[in-house]
Design a protein around this ligand. Structure first.
Ligand SMILES: [Zn+2]
Length: 294
């Protein structure tokens, strides 16, 4: 799922292309994508794009004296910019926003239709769609610590909870925890002040560095070329079995029902291998406890 760095760069790119332009037409190419009946589609057309904002992992188009358009990409949704009158790509195209200079097209790979568009009448309706997470790039260390300790969760779960923090998902939480040298299954209320400081710093550093890197990439090609959760420069995410860039030990993973957590045992858990339910059941007593036994 596109996370804060990806969404931020989509927003920058769209602002550069379409800010101040009139949305001439909003074409819904797959009826399931539009989740609201009111305000009507027509109320968005003929309005000037006055702003583009981020709400968690979602993009908000602000139309002058018109509705707010909330675009949720979910896992496989992507945004593209096409020249005026260019044909949107087949069955994957869910909607097209036609501006004077070109069209913003929402696509979704695969067959599951999860990406969505909501038209919202005003800021109050938008606020009702806000899961409530705070922005780690804008909050201070105290607000961060207070949020993290507000419930006792694993660090991985707390970072990715959209009600606690805005825009962090599976990929960047792996990278943040690796940078902070913290275990993904450590508990929020057991984290000492030094660990808290490292985690807050790591959140800011990882998200800022990746946003800058993706922005450079987008600038070079005029639009974010490939939005993916798996990037060659990542330290641990999606790199199971490959060497940790900091210590060389093979990156480990825990498989959940629908996602995977990646970590370096030597850097993050004092060498301890975290029980992977699927694997440990399979291997029973043969499952090594420490990375040195691998
Ligand atoms: Zn390591």
């Amino acid at each position: 799922m596109p996370e804060l760095p990806d969404i931020s760069v989509y927003i920058d790119s769209l602002q550069a292309r379409a800010l101040g332009q009139t949305l001439k037409r909003l074409r819904v190419l797959n009826p399931f994508v539009l989740r609201t009946a009111l305000p009507p589609l027509a109320s968005a057309e003929g309005r000037v794009l006055a702003g583009v904002e981020r709400l968690g992992k979602r993009v908000v188009l602000v139309l002058e004296q018109g509705p707010l358009v909330l675009i949720h990409l979910m896992i496989a949704g992507r945004l593209h910019w096409l020249a005026p009158l260019a044909k949107p790509p087949g069955r994957q195209a869910l909607a097209a926003f036609d501006f004077e200079a070109g069209s913003l097209v929402l696509t979704e790979a695969g067959t599951q239709r999860r990406a969505s568009i909501h038209l919202l009448a005003d800021r109050a309706a938008l606020a009702a769609m806000d899961p409530g997470g705070i922005d780690v790039l804008a909050c201070d260390a105290d607000a961060f610590a207070q949020r993290l300790r507000s419930a006792n969760h694993t660090l991985k779960r707390a970072l990715t909870d959209p009600a606690l923090f805005s825009g962090i998902g599976n990929a960047y939480s792996d990278e943040i925890l690796h940078r902070a040298r913290l275990s993904p299954v450590g508990l929020t209320r057991s984290l000492d002040d030094e660990g808290m400081r490292r985690l807050h710093d790591a959140c800011r550093a990882v998200l800022t560095e990746w946003t800058a890197a993706l922005r450079d990439e987008a600038r070079a090609s005029g639009w974010p070329p490939k939005v993916t959760a798996f990037r060659p420069g990542m330290a641990v995410h999606g790199r199971f079995g490959q060497p940790c860039p900091d210590c060389g030990a093979p990156v480990q993973r825990i498989v959940h029902s629908s996602s995977e957590t990646h970590y370096c045992a030597r850097c993050q858990t004092g060498g301890r291998l975290l029980a992977d339910r699927a694997l440990s059941r399979l291997l029973k007593a043969d499952w090594p406890r420490h990375i040195d036994e691998l």
